[in-house]
Design a binder for this molecule. Structure first.
Ligand code: ATP
Ligand code: MG
Length: 182
């Protein structure tokens, strides 16, 4: 078995408490940390707890942002799908998990859509949970989220979410070091 560190436990406990409190939460969560630190795993666990245990299926949604952007782009050439229908489906939920913020393709149209989704979800009273490898506040020499998205996205996130920093270890490395298959 791969042991869980105290810092992992603290993060897990915080996210579990949030899931148990939802929908009576004041703000969403922005999970940040290096690749492999377990952000998506934790976000999915949170969603599962809410969807499975609380039967909130139609009120919650997981979105892998780079894929959503590809779907939006494809809809421009598809007479059977509209961008508005895709956005309405994503934004019309009470809990929206946006995975890989900052990893989506660059370009002004992408940033506009991300801003639109965050604003529409937030204004509609929905809770946001995001994951990103980019820190919301610039730290050290690495790139911060505003360099990958826009200042507006970061500002919206600061208002809508509380930052949860993942422990600085790559779960994939940890498992490999212990000689286990993922
Ligand atoms: N607490 C955990 N228990 C068991 N497996 C875990 C745990 N946390 C992460 N993992 C596993 O470790 C791997 C990396 O986790 P995950 O994909 O969540 O990382 P990530 O931070 O989202 O990485 P990326 O930034 O590359 O998307 C996955 O295979 C995941 O299932
Ligand atoms: Mg991930």
């Amino acid at each position: 078995m791969v042991g869980i560190s105290d810092s992992h436990r603290r993060v897990c406990d915080r996210v579990r408490r949030w899931a148990e409190t939802w929908p009576n939460v004041r703000a969403g969560l922005a999970l940040t940390g290096i690749a492999g630190s377990g952000k998506t795993h934790l976000a999915v666990a949170l969603l599962q707890r809410i969807v499975v245990e609380r039967q909130a299926t139609r009120r919650a949604r997981f979105v892998f942002l780079p894929q959503l952007m590809r779907e939006i782009q494809a809809s421009w050439k598809d007479p059977d799908r509209t961008e508005e229908a895709i956005l309405a489906e994503v934004c019309g939920v009470e809990l929206l998990v946006l995975d890989q913020l900052g990893a989506e393709a660059s370009g002004a149209w992408v940033q506009e859509r991300v801003e639109h989704i965050l604003t529409r979800c937030f204004d509609g009273g929905g809770s946001l949970v995001t994951t990103s490898i980019y820190p919301i506040e610039p730290a050290g020499a690495g790139m911060a989220l505003d360099e990958r998205t826009s200042g507006s996205v970061v500002s919206l996130l600061k208002e809508a979410c509380r930052v949860v920093k993942m422990p600085e270890d790559d779960y994939r490395d940890t498992v490999l070091k212990h000689g286990q298959d993922l």
